[in-house]
Design a protein around this ligand. Structure first.
Ligand code: SAM
Length: 288
């Protein structure tokens, strides 16, 4: 199917049947197939630059901060001492940018499977890819699943910033993946994964939460608004190995001064708590 018609890109996927979100495009900056996926970077008319993988919008300059801040600060702020962090995926560098900001993080490793996404993000998406410049970061090109098999009992927090469950990311939502996350964590470890939206993908969100609950005693689902994602909303699965942790209450609370100093545009401690408050029909369907 031709997704670029008369200056518009349309996002069509079986993950959200019968609907499509479109962006008006000024210029195609990069378009090539990597070993893993179709990589497209465009200059949009009103939403800045956008990264699109296999025809699915990963991030736009307009609203990426909502996703990157939430997927990073939700788990980092519920762990008492998140000194060592692993990021799986995240080839645009936006999550690295946010993780690097957290005062308690001493070092982090990022494992991204596709070097083309990293290289082209450095070239065309510097507002996110500046995360790769952090001295706290060790960047590894490889499969996150395989990396964790060799790095057990090592991390305080693991963030899975994956693409949707098609292509190379299919494995990152399975029960086997959550088992691996559990064993790669230190005691009291916390995870956060991109978990899709209930509006169009209820079955997938439920399956992912169930897979996680088989290995983690404390599991919650949080949402934030990201206008250029399907239905304008994305979900985060947050889980802890410690059953006594209340994931909805940050133990590391940010002051107004810190929010300013860390240039946070979306995340604050009140948003953290509120993001776990779900509509009735989400609650009824998600946990049944
Ligand atoms: N924020 C985005 C979203 O929710 O749509 C995700 C952004 S990030 C670009 C997703 C990255 O995950 C991609 O660059 C992709 O190459 C990477 N990825 C997919 N499967 C992976 C795997 N098995 N190991 C490591 N990285 C993977």
């Amino acid at each position: 199917m031709d997704l670029m018609k008369s200056g518009w890109f349309s996002e069509v996927s079986e993950l959200w049947p019968g609907q499509s979100f479109s962006l008006e495009i000024k210029q195609v900056l990069f378009h090539k197939k990597s070993k893993f996926q179709d990589v497209l970077i465009v200059q949009t008319k009103n939403h800045g630059r956008a990264l699109i993988l296999d025809g699915i919008i990963q991030c736009t300059e307009f609203d990426e901060f909502s996703y990157q801040e939430m997927i990073s600060f939700l788990p980092l702020c519920v762990h008492k001492n998140p000194e060592k962090v692993l990021v799986v995926g995240g080839g645009d560098g936006g999550v690295a940018r946010e993780v690097a900001k957290h005062p308690l993080v001493k070092e982090f490793v990022q494992v991204e499977i596709d070097s083309m996404v990293i290289e082209q993000s450095k070239k065309f998406l510097p507002f996110m890819a500046k995360g790769f410049e952090s001295p706290k970061l060790t960047l590894v090109v490889g499969d996150g699943f395989e990396y964790m098999k060799k790095h057990q009992n090592e991390f305080d927090v693991i963030i899975t910033d994956s693409s949707d469950p098609v292509g190379p990311a299919v494995n990152l939502f399975t029960e086997g993946y959550f088992h691996l996350l559990k064993t790669a964590l230190k005691p009291h470890g916390v995870i956060c994964s991109q978990a899709g939206t209930v509006w169009s993908d209820l079955h997938h969100v439920k399956e992912t939460l169930k897979n996680c609950q088989k290995h983690f005693p404390a599991v919650k689902y949080s949402i934030s608004s990201v206008p250029t994602y399907p239905n304008g909303q994305i979900g985060y699965l947050v889980a802890s190995l410690d059953e006594n942790v209340d994931l909805t209450k940050p133990v590391y609370r940010l002051s107004e001064n810190q929010i300013e100093a860390l240039s946070l545009r979306y995340y604050n401690s009140q948003i953290h708590e509120a993001s776990f408050v779900l509509p009735n029909f989400f609650n009824r369907t998600l946990w049944s």
